[in-house]
Design a protein around this ligand. Structure first.
Ligand SMILES: Cc1cc2nc3c(=O)[nH]c(=O)nc-3n(C[C@H](O)[C@H](O)[C@H](O)COP(=O)(O)O)c2cc1C
Length: 321
């Protein structure tokens, strides 16, 4: 067992958070993560109406009685409904762990969530942002290093430096991520001072992950060198799988292409086509460098149990040094 402040605060068995993933972190997938003893995080932004979101929350509750969380997405996007609408519903459905992520601090939502008794986690990519949201009253801050899949920020600081820097700067618990795919990564994060880890890329290659099998097979072949950083020109750097769409995006950016030009590759609905239909070059898919460490697709329970078992073995091995 690996008991930390984060497992205590969240009431979970293992110090592992399943990173929220747009179009992917839906009810069944989220419940499978929570059932495995980690924390599943539902991506509210997937749901186009209040009714759909409420149905999905009820689905998660019917599938697991273990803790789960909801992500409130503050990245610039064509949001179908206001974040306050998602918050109305999640509070009404009894959710009390809320994660926010995005380019700004959650100043607008935090007072309301805290007043309702929520445990609030904000995810960001730098010391300055972590300090800002801790001062606002977050309970936990998640930081992910430059290796991570998805939004990477402009700072370019890897997990090995970012996590201890944030741990030193804050007096609240930190969840660390970016590059964690196995027990070695989990135990290293704890050694760096984090009280838990967030994993996104690793969970893409679980049996329960609702993406097309052809995409899973392609990602299984990918190495640590098979990612690209795109969207720097529009101030929204993302680490993605190195496919044709990623390369075309970079070409367009080099030629001075604007958001409207880039959308043919980076639009969220393109990723959805990849996930649903297995069209490998339809768009871009967020993927971290740790894709190169993943050698098998596993059922979620075995995946999480394996990561924890390996971390415990690392701990025991190191104790003998
Ligand atoms: C396919 C994919 C989609 C993601 N979508 C989101 C998202 O919508 N919102 C968000 O805050 N983070 C998103 N992330 C980031 C993860 O939640 C997590 O922070 C990240 O994957 C951790 O780094 P790792 O990939 O190295 O494990 C996504 C990651 C992946 C791989």
């Amino acid at each position: 067992m690996l008991k930390t402040k984060v497992t205590e605060m969240l009431g979970i068995e293992h110090p592992i958070i399943g990173g929220t993933m747009m179009w992917i972190s839906k009810g069944e997938f989220v419940a499978s993560i929570s059932e495995a003893g980690a924390l599943g995080v539902l991506a509210s932004a997937i749901y186009q109406s209040r009714a759909e979101f409420r149905d999905e929350l009820q689905k998660v509750k019917s599938l697991t009685s273990k803790p789960f969380s909801v992500n409130i997405n503050m990245f610039p996007s064509m949001r179908p409904i206001d974040n306050n609408d998602y918050i109305d519903i999640l509070l009404d459905e009894g959710v009390r762990i809320v994660e926010t992520s995005g380019h700004q601090a959650p100043t607008e939502y935090l007072p309301r969530l805290k007043e309702a008794g929520c445990l609030c986690i904000h995810k960001c990519v730098g010391v300055k942002y972590a300090k800002k949201v801790a001062a606002l009253g977050e309970d936990i801050v998640t930081v992910v290093g430059y290796e991570n899949g998805g939004a990477s920020g402009n700072l370019g600081i890897g997990s090995f430096v970012l996590i201890p820097a944030v741990v030193d700067a804050l007096d609240i618990p930190v969840i660390g991520g970016g590059g964690v795919a196995d027990g070695r990564g989990l135990y290293s994060m704890l050694a760096l001072g984090a009280e838990g880890v967030i994993m996104g890329t690793r969970l893409l290659l679980s049996e329960e992950c609702p993406i097309h099998n052809d995409l899973k097979a392609a990602l299984l072949e990918a190495k640590e060198t098979d990612t690209k950083l795109v969207m720097k020109s529009i101030n929204a750097v993302h680490r993605v799988w190195d496919n044709e769409a990623a390369r075309k995006t970079l070409e367009l950016e080099a030629k001075g292409g604007q958001l409207n030009d880039l959308l043919q590759y980076i639009g969220g609905e393109k990723a959805k086509i990849m996930y649903d239909e297995g069209k490998l070059d339809a768009g871009i898919v967020a993927t971290g460098q740790c894709i190169g460490l993943i050698n098998e697709i596993l059922p979620m329970k075995d995946l999480i149990a394996g990561v924890v078992k390996e971390a415990e073995a690392v701990r025991d091995k190191l104790a003998k040094i």
